[in-house]
Design a protein around this ligand. Structure first.
Ligand code: F6P
Length: 359
């Protein structure tokens, strides 16, 4: 066994030593990692853990709650409430913020999390994850909802865990994005992927195409061009993936590049996206940016959006820089009326299905 490896605590103490509250932030992230180890153990038991299926309850966004959603949420609350590090926590699974109980000291941070992202996949034994974000508590008193409503640029730490064949923790404290692998024998997260870098170019995209008719024209244009591959204006073939587990898609993008889109759509009137700004888009957006990628709504940087609700949803288009810039350009051209309507090469003059040939 190689004994000189960098553990999560050693890494955090080194990275955070210039912050006055760096010790406390490191301690909080170690507590989050402890909760993640507990969730990794629960998810790894699969059907043996008797936690599969659904509960009768629904979460704050009206989605079915699984027993593992609830247990993962409880794990994060219990592991992080006691140490005098957080003032309060907010979760995708709880309607209102959670104030630290009176018997514990209140700390300087706010912790926000999606305890089990992609949990619709849990019964299928497909990778799921935990996403978290840390903000500074702006006041002294017990935090109110308004205290949590800070844009993503204010995050002081963000990360996710992926429960796959190996459990990994990927995080940023604003100095690059770094990946750790859980060594189950010694119970420690070990730095295995320092300074992850997303390639600026890619030929891989991920989107739920069953929603195609609800997308805006710039997204339809981008995806059509990718699908046209060598025969279209992109001049090269693209590959598509959809796991329906955001952490798994993001992890793929961090390792080999790509684009992930859950764009604005008209599927549910009044709701302009599927992903939650505070629990998913902000932490993942910062991780992606810190690895050299971009995280956009299509019309601007996700991290600059001022949240107006705790459970607010938003469009998220993230990944390899040159592709995200292109998609933002398509939105801009659409908004300013300067876009070229897309024509599939299959229906063009030289294509297989020329308009007159279809008559
Ligand atoms: O918001 C949660 C989430 O499960 C993401 O992890 C995932 O990318 C997406 O929703 C899946 O959406 P759909 O059900 O449209 O495939």
């Amino acid at each position: 066994m190689h004994l000189g490896r960098t553990t999560l605590s050693k890494f955090l103490i080194q990275q955070l030593n210039t912050r006055s509250d760096g010790g406390k932030l490191a301690a909080l992230l170690v507590d989050v990692a402890a909760a993640i180890k507990a969730i990794a153990a629960m998810t790894a038991r699969g059907a043996l853990g008797a936690s599969l299926g659904v509960t009768a309850a629904r979460n704050a966004s009206g989605e079915e709650q699984k027993p593992l959603d609830v247990e993962s949420n409880t794990a994060l609350l219990r592991y992080c409430e006691w140490g005098g590090l957080v003032a309060g926590m907010a979760s995708e699974e709880m309607e209102e913020p959670y104030a630290v109980p009176e018997q514990y000291q209140r700390g300087p941070f706010l912790l926000i999390f999606d305890p089990l992202d992609g949990s619709s996949n849990i019964d299928l034994n497909v990778s799921v994850g935990t996403i978290f974000s840390v903000l500074e508590h702006p006041g002294e008193a017990a935090p109110t909802t308004a205290d949590f409503l800070q844009p993503g640029v204010k995050q002081v730490a963000a990360g996710y865990a992926i429960y796959g064949p190996a459990t990994m923790l990927v995080l940023t404290v604003g100095q690059g994005t770094h990946g750790f692998t859980l060594d189950r024998e010694i119970g420690n997260f070990i730095l295995t992927h320092p300074n992850l870098q997303i390639p600026a170019d890619t030929s891989e995209f991920a989107i739920n195409t069953s929603n195609e008719r609800f997308w805006e024209p710039p997204v339809q244009r981008y995806v059509e061009e990718c699908k046209a591959g060598k025969t279209g204006i992109r001049g090269r073939d693209f590959n598509m993936r959809w796991i329906a587990s955001m952490v798994a898609e993001v992890h793929r993008i961090l390792v080999r590049g790509g684009v992930f889109m859950y764009p604005r759509d008209t599927k549910t009137p009044g709701v302009h996206g599927r992903l939650r700004l505070m629990y998913e888009a902000n932490p993942i957006g910062w991780i992606i940016e810190q690895a050299g990628g971009m995280a956009s709504t299509g019309r601007g940087r996700i991290l600059e959006v001022q949240p107006d609700k705790l459970h607010q949803k938003i469009a998220a288009i993230i990944g390899s820089k040159n592709e995200i810039e292109r998609i933002e350009r398509y939105h801009h051209e659409f908004d300013s009326g300067t876009d070229q309507p897309y024509t599939s090469p299959l229906f063009s003059e030289r294509g297989l299905y020329r308009p007159e040939a279809r008559r």
